[in-house]
Design a protein around this ligand. Structure first.
Ligand code: ADP
Ligand code: ADP
Ligand code: ZN
Ligand code: ZN
Length: 841
């Protein structure tokens, strides 16, 4: 390590002493402030443990201490990083990639606060119809009572409940569940028993019941309370009523429509909402035509557009429309004459909006619209949006801690990112960036290389200093890639065994596209961010192939709030030929492998089943008759009852988000004491879950089945992960590699189509090499691999390249080039070609 503190170029240093968080080996390191500092090292080496786990966590802790004595107590036992001391640490802002799925409802406009400004612009400087009084800024938000359209309450759609939707099959009787919209199980039975008491016929087909009865059952708002005799036949019920026999209970009837509407309006569960939505017909709201705002608000225009139309335009177009107002060159004669003050207000707000929009455009996000909901954005797009928000928040003297900001960026977009980072620095801030992209690493003022390997074999600071000095550090993996960008060995592309041809592909910015994917080879799909790669590959291709195979896709979509999805987008396309070569579709994406800490790597891969059987087969377990289920933390018999096998408990905080604390009974072990008494080769089940993959591989050396699964996990570069690492702690890239490993350990039969979206996210170049070997193995086994990718090393190693573009959004959506890497570098229109060229010999 170089002696950092002598360096004359920096204003000051953050001095870390004795850092031991996770795998860090009691390290000391000095990091300059007011500089772009990049943390490098193979995956699992400890970069995040230093940048986020130590530096950011400590900055956060100090901040919280200063705000709340109550929080202080809790955070003392929670988030104190393992470190002796840190001096010179400024306050920190983390811009981390979202782990798991975002839960908050928000849009590009709300995240960036641009919507607020735009509402102000419309309120204060919009064109109002003659005689209409001013609409306040809130009146331009569909989420406020002042703004919401009175007919659809701001939803943009009208939901209707009809006899047909509630009773899809009128040949059934009520007892046979003719009323599909009733709740399942007990709730539905209860309503039926109430109808029996009320004397309705539940054993005649619905269609043969009198109109009057049908209407009352479906549409009444009356809620009679009557005695209920469950289990009695209609005759027995009538007799019991006559005899005034004491009922089982008193039940309340609710009309079916009322039930559906009430559930829809009040349920917190997305799944329940989706269930009742089936019984509703939805149409665009005729009052606001889907724009969600009240008519008075929609009557106000700026630059000729109402605010809803403005929010649907790409940011790039919004900037073009507003620029003349910001520059004072727009013609607003009516206003200028009557209300000169409005012209000034319009100019001020438009200036501010344009300045903010410029930052977003510079970061390559000009293709997004303000109304786009954040759950539909990629994690990289969301991080850049938040970065842009910071860029114009005018903070100084803070450290921004970022996690792979280049994720999802085409090499030609990376320039803009670097510019943004440098302007944050120029404003007097420090940047601590965890990054693998060598184009970013090269721009660092200072490099901290962590290693040499992952987990136990990492955690040391191999180098801290100006980038050039890393060249002398033999142990560094980063050095190998940073200094000799050796061209990939020239390889001959494999010949396709067939073609999968698609036609009429229409989705997002793709319009009636025809494409052909080669089969039996490794294809990369490239293009700038927003050009349409995911729309083509992860959406249309996946859906069409799955449909043909009768396979389910997107089971995860179940959880999405159906109302979050805007009006259905026009989609189209069909497969013309090639399906005869595809027997199975495997999508290896970055979606979480589970949404709760109850799922983890061991459960997902199936490895845990083997391990639990091994524990159940020990003599001690047999003697106590413990079966494999006993060793599951999801089953009552074996788990800790205090935390129900979660290992931690939730602590509610006043004014702050709730936090999790280790369970005081099992101390995070998740099992009860009896279960933990059973050991396999001297480790109990909790200790085995705490092993990382590398250690587990050595530990299970007598169990070929377990070892095989572990070997694959090591081969995809996950040797450092703990077996029991909860799904919620895994990054998208890690989740993706776990899925890939799970696939790789299956017997290979060939004829599968593998689809991956940017699998190199989070991977050090040396890990990328391992991944390439795996993908190559899949192709050699007779499969097809299609990967959306920005890493030119991977693109150069593929057999076929499909470049989408040329630009983003409405400037993209075409196939700019298709061919072998050697062919594609010669296509002049391709923005990928010049970057790819660097990697071809
Ligand atoms: P990198 O950022 O270099 O990929 P990390 O700092 O994330 O590496 O991980 C370094 C080591 O610390 C790994 O062995 C990893 O499994 C371990 N680790 C990471 N997060 C946690 C955690 N929350 N609890 C325990 N160990 C962790
Ligand atoms: P890439 O994968 O190349 O980054 P995408 O396919 O994600 O590009 O996006 C192509 C275009 O489609 C962009 O203009 C993007 O804003 C738009 N788009 C993508 N997903 C959605 C969506 N769910 N809703 C609306 N527009 C979308
Ligand atoms: Zn409406
Ligand atoms: Zn517990």
């Amino acid at each position: 390590p170089s002696s950092a503190s002598d360096s004359p170029n920096f204003t000051g240093f953050v001095r870390v002493r004795g850092a031991r968080e996770h795998n860090l080996k009691n390290v000391d390191v000095d990091i300059p402030r007011d500089a772009l500092v990049v943390f490098t090292g193979v995956s699992g080496s400890g970069k995040s443990s230093l940048a986020f786990g130590t530096l950011y966590a400590e900055a956060q802790r100090r901040y919280l201490e200063s705000v709340s004595p109550y929080a202080r107590r809790l955070f003392h036992q929670m988030a104190v990083p393992e470190v002796d001391s840190i001096d010179g640490l400024p306050p920190a802002v983390a811009l981390q990639q979202q782990r798991g799925t975002p839960t908050t409802r928000s849009s590009v406009g709300s995240v960036t606060t641009l919507s607020n400004l735009l509402r102000m612009l419309y309120s204060r400087a919009g064109d109002y119809p003659a005689g209409q009084s001013i609409v306040y800024a809130e009146g331009f938000s569909p989420n406020t009572p002042e703004g919401a359209c009175p007919q659809c309450h701001g939803l943009g759609r009208i939901y209707e409940v009809t006899e047909e939707t509630m009773v899809p099959d009128p040949t059934l009787t009520i007892r046979e569940r003719a009323i599909a919209a009733w709740p399942q199980a007990w709730g539905g039975q209860n309503q039926r028993d109430i109808l029996v008491t009320l004397g309705y016929d539940v054993d005649t087909p619905w269609q043969d019941l009198p109109r009057k009865d049908r209407d009352w059952i479906l549409f009444t708002d009356e809620q009679p309370v009557v005695p209920v005799y469950p289990g009695y036949s209609p005759q027995e019920t009538q007799r019991a009523l006559k005899r005034r026999e004491p009922p089982n209970y008193m039940g309340t009837f609710t009309g079916v429509k009322r039930h559906v509407l009430h559930t829809f309006a009040t349920t917190q569960s997305a799944l329940m909402k989706k269930r009742v939505l089936q019984y509703m017909l939805s149409t665009e709201c005729p009052t606001c035509r889907g724009k969600r705002l009240r008519p008075e608000s929609l009557a106000v225009t700026f630059a000729g557009l109402d605010i809803a139309d403005m929010a649907r335009l790409p940011l790039k177009r919004v900037a073009t429309l507003l620029r003349p107002y910001a520059e004072g060159t727009a013609k607003r004669q009516r206003h200028d004459a009557a209300h000169p003050e409005q012209t000034i207000v319009a100019q001020r707000i438009a200036e501010d909006l344009c300045a903010r929009l410029t930052v977003l455009l510079d970061l390559g996000l000009g293709y997004l619209a303000l109304e786009r909901s954040t759950p539909t954005l990629s994690p990289g797009e969301l991080q850049r949006l938040r970065l842009a928000t910071q860029l114009y928040s005018n903070l100084f003297g803070v450290v921004y801690v970022l996690d792979e900001p280049s994720a999802g960026l085409h090499p030609s977009d990376t320039e803009a990112l670097l510019k943004a980072l440098k302007s944050l620095k120029a404003a007097g801030n420090s940047l601590f960036v965890v990054e693998h992209n060598l184009d970013v690493v090269r721009q660092a003022d200072w490099l901290v290389d962590v290693g040499p390997a992952a987990g136990e074999q990492g955690g040391e600071i191999l180098y801290s200093g100006a980038p050039a000095g890393l060249a002398d550090v033999e142990a560094s993996q980063t050095k190998r890639y940073l200094f000799n960008e050796a061209a990939a060995e020239v390889r001959t592309s494999r010949q396709p065994t067939g073609w999968l041809k698609l036609q009429g592909v229409t989705r997002n910015n793709l319009d009636n596209l025809a494409v052909a994917f080669p089969l039996g080879v490794f294809t990369t799909v490239t293009g700038v961010s927003g050009s349409g790669k995911s729309s083509l590959v992860s959406q249309v291709l996946v859906e069409l192939v799955a449909e043909q195979l009768g396979q389910e896709v997107g089971a995860e979509e179940e959880e999405a709030d159906p109302l979050e999805r805007a009006a259905p987008l026009p989609t189209g396309g069909n497969i013309v030929s090639g399906m005869e070569h595809i027997k199975r579709l495997v999508r290896v994406d970055q979606k979480p492998i589970g949404r709760t800490p109850r799922s983890n790597m061991a459960t997902y891969t199936g490895l845990f089943d083997h391990v639990r059987k091994l524990f159940a087969a020990t003599p001690a377990a047999k003697k106590r008759r413990y079966d494999a289920g006993r060793f599951s933390f999801n089953v009552a018999k074996g788990r800790c009852e205090n935390c129900q096998g979660e290992g931690f408990v939730m602590v509610e905080l006043l004014f702050l988000p709730s936090v999790y604390a280790p369970c005081p009974v099992c101390h995070g072990a998740r099992y009860n004491a009896k279960t933990l008494e059973i050991t396999y080769r001297d480790k109990n089940i909790a200790e085995v879950l705490a092993l990382n993959v590398d250690d587990a591989w050595a530990f299970f050396d007598e169990e070929p089945a377990v070892q095989r699964a572990l070997t694959v996990l090591r081969e995809v570069g996950l040797g450092y992960l703990r077996l029991g690492q909860p799904a919620t702690e895994l990054s998208g890239g890690e989740a993706q590699r776990i899925k890939l490993a799970t696939e790789l350990q299956r017997a290979q039969r060939g004829n599968s189509l593998y689809i991956l979206d940017e699998p190199t996210t989070g991977l050090h170049p040396s890990d990328v090499e391992k991944l390439l070997t795996q993908l190559d193995g899949l192709v050699e086994a007779g499969n097809t691999v299609i990967v959306v990718e920005h890493d030119m090393r991977v693109v150069a190693a593929s057999d076929w390249v499909m470049d989408i573009g040329p630009g983003a959004g409405d400037e993209g959506g075409h196939v700019v080039a298709a061919g072998t890497p050697a062919e594609v570098v010669n296509v002049k229109e391709s923005r990928t070609a010049p970057h790819l060229k660097r990697f071809l010999g």
